[in-house]
Design a protein around this ligand. Sequence first.
Ligand code: HEC
Ligand code: HEC
Length: 316
Amino acid sequence: MKKYALISILSLCLAAGAFFAACSSNSSNPTVSQVYTGDANHGQYLVETVTGCADCHSQLDQQGNIVAGMKFAGGQRFYLGPQVGAVYSRNITQDSVNGIGAWTDAEIITAVRTGIIPQHAMNGMIMSDTLFPVMPYQLLGNYSDNDMQDIVAYLRTIKGIKYAPPMDTVFFRPLAAKETTIPTPASTNDVNLRGKYLVTVGLCADCHTQRQAPPSTGLDISKFLAGGFGFDGIFPNVTIYSANITPDMNTGIGMWSDAQIDSAFQHGKDDQGKQICPPMPWARFAGLSSADAQAIIAYLHTIPAVKDSVPNNCPF
Ligand code: HEC
Ligand code: HEC
């Protein structure tokens, strides 16, 4: 009898998609989440299209393309300035020595959500098991339980690559940081909440929000999605700044139609038809389902408008 009930709840969950409330582990019936086994196809959508783990967890060539055969093998360098040093993304393939093939599901989920890695993986870490928040666990911490299991199911399909990324050259290790709280839309209908979720785990804020003054590494939520975060090294002697994507009429995208915002995802074009520069990962967002793209657009209309003019240095 009990078994039957579980199976029918599970199939209802599968039919309704992973976001059906009764399927989340926060539900009053904890056994449901125990029978949930990750959906690798949906995990692929989250890893490849929504979050873009490989954009960071791969070395890139001069054109910004992933070096052939090295997807997910890590080794991309992130320079955090003279006071901190440089960190390198890690190998997240299934190789059991260099990658995460020997990690349990729970260990992977904890690392992605909190930046805490297991003791057995502390190869080369200085006195701490905590990752630098370059690994955006403050935002990815908002991933739902089922989505995390889907992500792990997909990561398990990634063939091991025998490559050890360089060790971080840092002078200290950060303390564990809390999840970042993203503004809740004024009207919390389903589509706005879905949009908020996708904007969070899609890491829009990681690029489109400035940081608080050091030593904090957190996002300056008073300037949520107002742009102005700089990227060097993409074009010689040019800093590319992320755009203000709040609904401000003059300095943000308040004047853009929904179709124009969608065109930024589909074609990488702005409201004037001009090409948007890297590192805006529009080609990845072109793979969003149209419902998800519309949810993101709906949420962007609801966030506070921030007046902040950002230089557009894109040479295209
Ligand atoms: C913005 C860049 C970025 C994105 C996006 C990103 N990561 Fe990371 N990740 C890093 C960096 C950098 C590190 C290492 C940080 C350090 O050395 O302190 C890391 C570390 C990790 C680790 C720890 C591995 C180990 O051996 O210690 C795991 C697991 C991980 N990331 C998984 C993921 C997954 C899964 C995703 C997508 C859902 C993802 N990351 C997205 C940059 C990123
Ligand atoms: C890896 C960093 C990165 C991520 C992640 C990212 N963006 Fe961007 N985005 C940028 C940069 C940088 C620009 C400006 C590029 C330029 O100057 O042409 C930009 C430009 C844009 C533009 C064009 C705005 C204008 O005024 O031209 C839109 C719209 C946009 N992003 C929306 C988003 C949304 C929504 C998300 C999340 C779903 C997102 N971006 C995620 C870096 C990023």
